[in-house]
Design a protein around this ligand. Structure first.
Ligand SMILES: Cc1ncc(COP(=O)(O)O)c(C=O)c1O
Length: 428
């Protein structure tokens, strides 16, 4: 597939072709756990990573491979590894880079579940995270030490919809000789392609805008193929001999695909957070309409955010598409197709009014998800961000008086009318 096709074309064609066995035009759901070897030598070559092919669906599956190739093309990466959720993708991305005593620098503006994963769960592996405001490049540089193995940020952040200056952060990562990992879930490659801005790895929760209709839980790690894993001794999993494969060195052997091969041959093999072929199929179907959905999401979000900002019952709106946002200039420069469709707003009456508003909305669904065709609302402080301290909630843009909206692709006037009636009830 020609890399210079437009993203709308890649979203439909990349990574797939008519099924070689049957001519089926859509990618079949290969509901098979295992794949028959041609002979004993073929099996041995596959297990030795001397030949690429299908062995067992914990590692690779043709439907999942099609999705991997499509997302890699959309992101401009060398390869991709799909897995069972966005959170799994984050662990899969860190796994080859980290070891006991190693740390990552993580943005303070991240999805609450990621803050929890990085603050608590990764410590059980002996890893740790330092949370830094990534608008402050001096603080970022100061936080990096000899044990730092990556910088992690979201392109557009959940829940505030703030945007990250990826080229500036990538420059610091580059100077330090460590990879930048960007969670591109909220932007999708339609609004932002982090690899072109210097990111090494891109992760997604495919659960959100990529599938686009709330039917799948999935994740992916995309590798730019550009990082020199052998330039230092910091990344032995990729540069040093791998005992489980007779001393094979992933970077030396697979070059730009080292991270991808490691993600499958070690990551999925041993951690087992595999995506299922049905999930991959639904996600492929969803991605086909990415180029139609994302402009509508952005247009609707802009209209709703502008309406909310003018309303006297509303005290603040965070959308980076608004001129009042401190991130407006960065968004206009780096995200010219729009700042996504997720943002927060706060209303007069604080916590109690916020909860009443959630209960009064009729068209918006009160769910712990985002990136659906339908509009969604959640009170983050009492749900997705409730494990965090109030300081962490405020840093993440999820203070007690704040509500998060994920604007769908309905008629925006209907969405505004629903917000209007709910605001009246909440602030009466
Ligand atoms: C920005 C972001 N990254 C990662 C995740 C985790 O994804 P998943 O729920 O698919 O594990 C989420 C979930 O809401 C998210 O919003």
């Amino acid at each position: 597939m020609a890399e210079n096709y437009d993203i709308d074309t890649l979203a439909i064609h990349a990574g797939t072709e008519a099924d070689p066995a049957t001519g089926a035009r859509q990618v079949p759901i290969y509901q098979s756990t295992s794949y028959q070897f041609r002979d004993a030598d073929h099996a041995a070559r596959l297990f030795n990573l001397q030949e690429v092919g299908y062995i067992y669906s914990r590692l690779t599956n043709p439907t999942v491979s099609a999705l991997q190739n499509r997302v890699a093309a959309l992101e401009g990466g060398a390869g991709a590894v799909c897995c069972s959720s966005g959170h799994a993708a984050q662990l899969l991305a860190l796994f080859p880079l980290m070891g006991p005593g190693k740390n990552i620098i993580a943005s303070t503006r991240l999805y609450g579940g990621t803050v929890t994963q990085f603050s608590h769960t990764i410590k059980r592996f002996g890893w740790s995270a330092k949370f830094v405001d990534l608008d402050d490049m001096d603080a970022l540089r100061d936080a990096i030490d000899d044990d730092t193995r990556a910088i992690f940020c979201e392109s557009i952040s959940n829940p505030g919809g703030y945007v990250t200056d990826i080229p500036a952060v990538a420059k610091v990562a580059d100077d330090a000789g460590i990879p930048l990992i960007v969670d591109n879930t909220l932007a999708t490659p339609f609004l932002c392609r982090p690899i072109g801005m210097g990111a090494t790895l891109v992760v997604h929760s495919l659960t959100k805008f990529m599938t686009g209709n709330g039917t799948v839980t999935g994740g992916v790690v995309v590798d730019s193929g550009k990082f020199d894993w052998s330039a230092s001794d910091k990344f032995p999993s990729l540069s040093a001999p791998e005992p489980a494969y007779h001393g094979l060195k992933f970077h030396e052997t697979f070059g730009a695909l080292a991270f991808t091969f490691h993600g499958i041959a070690i990551g999925l093999r041993d951690l087992g957070m595999t995506m299922n072929p049905q999930g991959a199929h639904y996600t492929l179907m969803g991605i086909e309409t990415l180029g139609l959905r994302m402009p509508r999401h952005v247009e609707n979000a802009q209209k709703v955010a502008e309406w909310l900002e003018k309303d006297a019952r509303v005290t603040s709106v965070t959308y980076a598409g608004l001129a009042s946002s401190p991130w407006h200039q960065t968004a206009a420069r780096l995200y010219p197709k729009g700042a996504g469709s997720l943002f927060t707003f706060s209303i007069k009456g604080g916590y109690d009014a916020a909860v009443k508003l959630v209960d009064s909305l009729e068209l918006f669904s009160h769910v712990a998800n985002l990136g659906d065709a339908r509009s969604l609302v959640i009170h983050s402080a009492s749900t997705t961000h409730r494990q965090l301290t109030e300081d962490q909630q405020r840093a993440a843009g999820a203070a007690p008086e704040v509500l998060r909206l994920s604007i769908g692709i309905e008629n925006p006037d209907d969405l505004i009318a629903d917000l209007d009636q709910a605001l009246s009830k909440a602030t009466a």
